[in-house]
Write a protein that binds this ligand. Sequence first.
Ligand code: HEC
Length: 462
Amino acid sequence: MFRPVASPFFHDSSPPQRAARWLGALGSLGLFAALGLGCLGGCAQTRPETGSAVVADDRGLPCNVADVLDRKCRACHERKPSFGAPMALVTRDDLLAPLPSDPTRRVIDGAIARAADVSRPMPPPTLALLTDQEKQALQSWAAAATPGACATQLVDAPGIAIGTPTCTPDLPLAPSQPYEMPATRTNEYVCYRVDVDSAEPRQVVAMVPVPDNQTILHHVLLFRVDDETEAAKIGTKPAPCSAMRSMLWTFLYGWGPGTGGLELPANVGINQPKKAHYVVQLHYNNPRHLGGQRDKTGFNFCTTDKLRPFEADVMAFGTDQIYVPAKAAASVTCDYTIPDTAADGIHILAMNPHMHGAGTAIETNVLRKTGEDMFSAPATLAKIDPWNYQDQQWQPVSEVLRPGDVVRQRCAFANPTSRAITFGENTEDEMCFGFTLYYPRIKASYWNWAYPTMKSLCTNGP
Ligand code: HEC
């Protein structure tokens, strides 16, 4: 029933060229103009169970034991275990329960054995193993299994926090000097690079935009550039750059008027290699040609060396196949099937639906695979109807997509003008994206954040 629709623009382009074209578009006028990746000043939207508050203890464990479980085990062995873990590792009762694989032993004994098991370690080998001190904590507790009462920072399923983070930023990303916009220019794309060298790999756990001169600031995008040669093309002094550069960069965040910060859940971080290169891409707009406009917009990060088990990433559902005839309404509906590559599931943390001014409604649904060619009825992941261009925010979403599930992105438009509207970077052009912050990051070499949009099957409708 769904068939690919020839894109009016890219029908003769190979996927990489298409990617190049519209990955670049993201860096251009309009996209983040009102992307509003967050809440207006200080509106902290947190799921009620979010782990920022200290909660009364109900776990019956001393702190040194609770800490080991929180830091190294609970990502999978949560009260409701995930990622194939067979049991919870949260309370004293959990630790004293019979081990699923051998009920004659206690879970704590299995835990100590697996922490020391070189061939099948717990946590699994891709994660940081227990330190000697952490192993010691489990061992000394195991014999007497004394009850404790540790007020804990973490409760079940800590969620994403959108707004002002609870952590104290430790890594500022700022230009080496302010940029002064020439009064002769109306629009300007400016980039600068920030290099971060650390002794060990770290993770970014919160990102807070620090907008400076909002008289000229239109939108800001933040990327990590892992390719040294590519990174070297951008200077540390802000300088005009091509909006098309961002094609192979890792997309991290964007700012538009009103965007606040974002703090990841306690089991998720964004990897920062020992030598990290961040690129801030700014779009300035100075329609009145004011003189002396200087700007030093940047970001503040909270980072940690206590690496969290899961790496977050951003991808986009949707399409560039947009065609809205003059003086008409049109919609596009795109289906993307979650590939086997995402075997661990796509754990969605937040979504940010994005269109421009001609949008009337946008919706992302999931059709869960229930059997061979069988799917559940569509369930909403994110929906904004009616669409409001001025009010675009990240929305917390807590859903897991599995291979075979179909994500259906629908965008509806109304075109009052006498020229056709197509996909593009300018405010007069349109977009249809469901930006999705998720974990664990898909690591296939061909993957980039735009991949789902390039592999979608789309159909145009009224
Ligand atoms: C990334 C997810 C993940 C993390 C983190 C993790 N585990 Fe596991 N754990 C699993 C999975 C999956 C299994 C089942 C497969 C296996 O036994 O290897 C498992 C199995 C186990 C078992 C075996 C249960 C049995 O019935 O024999 C023990 C014990 C265990 N984990 C302890 C721990 C401890 C202790 C930690 C933290 C120090 C930890 N795990 C961290 C995913 C995880």
